[in-house]
Design a protein around this ligand. Structure first.
Ligand code: ATP
Ligand code: FE2
Length: 336
């Protein structure tokens, strides 16, 4: 019984190029959050190479996390892992490690939806209670809020994620990886808004046409890179702002949370802040350290799920690389 009151969860994150091991206690303290990033030699992420990186590094990252948390493996009460969505080979590597640990330590296993984990770490770190959330990363772009037992999706990208759009453009422009921060730095020196396609379809977004047009302009070489980065950001963030604002007006939530890797962007933060202010909502931001993929968010969501009675059998703990967040029951939210 005493164990139920104070739990320690070890969470494994391995959806894409980050391998994360986080250790979190049930009172919301982050005891460890070790992240190891796989940087591809050329081009974008190669799923199998990233997975090989994760399996080669797992032992070392696990050891670092236990050391940072100043605990031994026997102090862990449960294991959670990113069960999806994400890249199959990467997810499988994390899931295999999680199953092995749970069986070896004879403790429960909880599979966690990666998108929900981004929202939950944002809520924990920003003290948001019931926000509308804009979750923007390299693989996901969606607007979500809790409603009747689930995180509902109010709008999402129909093709590539906004982070992927920035990363691919940056790669074409010869900027360092990851592209988002590099584009942000250069955009700060731009001031001329170039015409680029602005694509919002109802509550959904599309970034592939914007990316193609930006690369075309880049290759034409008729404009300054500073102005092109500036314009790419302005158009992409205005699109995000439009859908977010409409969802905020519709849901009437009192908090607006920005989470995911692209939440690090200062320009996007200012757009979100402005929208929140105009609607009398509080703007909430996930701290940089917890914005990009990390194990702590998986560990924390594992605790929330476990405490509300959810378990994942090792035998049926398959990964689901297309697992949508609105398919998941979130019983821990039903009381607030
Ligand atoms: P997911 O699996 O959730 O889609 P991911 O693998 O893309 O996640 P994250 O760590 O959540 O990983 O996000 C990484 C993305 O965030 C990259 O596209 C990166 O360029 C972007 N990013 C990071 N910092 C900035 C920034 N300052 N401005 C814009 N984008 C940024
Ligand atoms: Fe992520």
């Amino acid at each position: 019984m005493e164990k139920e009151e104070h739990l320690i969860c070890l969470g494994i994150e391995s959806t894409a190029d980050n391998l994360g091991v986080g250790i979190v206690s049930s009172d919301g303290r982050i005891l460890a959050n070790e992240v190891e990033v796989h940087v591809p030699k050329t081009g974008g992420i190669h799923p199998r190479e990233a997975a090989q990186h994760h399996s080669a590094e797992f032992g070392r990252v696990l050891e670092k996390a236990l050391k940072a948390a100043k605990i031994r493996s026997k102090d862990i009460d449960l294991i959670s892992f990113s069960q999806g969505p994400g890249l199959g080979p990467c997810l499988r590597t994390g899931a295999t490690a999680a199953r092995a640990l749970a069986v070896y330590l004879n403790i429960p296993l909880v599979g966690v939806n990666h998108c929900i984990a981004h929202v939950e770490i944002g809520r924990l770190m920003s003290s948001a209670k019931d926000p509308l959330t804009l979750y923007v990363s390299g693989g996901n772009t969606l607007i979500t809020a809790y409603e009747s037992g689930r995180y509902r999706i109010f709008g999402e990208t129909l093709d590539i994620a906004v982070g992927n759009c920035l990363d691919t453009f940056a790669r074409e422009a010869g900027l360092p990886y990851p592209g988002g921060p590099a584009v942000e730095t250069i955009a700060a020196k731009g001031n001329q808004l170039l015409p680029l396609p602005y694509i919002v379809k109802g509550m959904d977004l599309s970034f592939s046409g914007l990316l193609t047009a930006a690369i075309l302009k880049l290759n034409e070489g008729q404009c300054r890179l500073e102005d092109l980065c500036f314009s790419l950001q302005e158009v992409a963030f205005a699109m995000l702002g439009e859908v977010t604002e409409r969802a905020l007006a519709h849901t009437k939530k009192h908090e607006l949370l920005l989470t995911g890797g692209v939440a690090a962007n200062k320009r996007l933060r200012s757009v979100i802040q402005l929208i929140a202010e105009e609607h009398g909502a509080a703007s909430k931001f996930v701290p940089q350290k917890f914005a990009t993929d990390n194990g702590a968010m998986i560990a924390w969501t594992g605790i929330l799920a476990y405490v509300s009675g959810l378990r994942t059998d090792v035998e049926t703990s398959y990964i689901d690389s297309h697992w949508r967040m609105d398919e998941v029951e979130v019983p821990w939210r039903s009381s607030n």
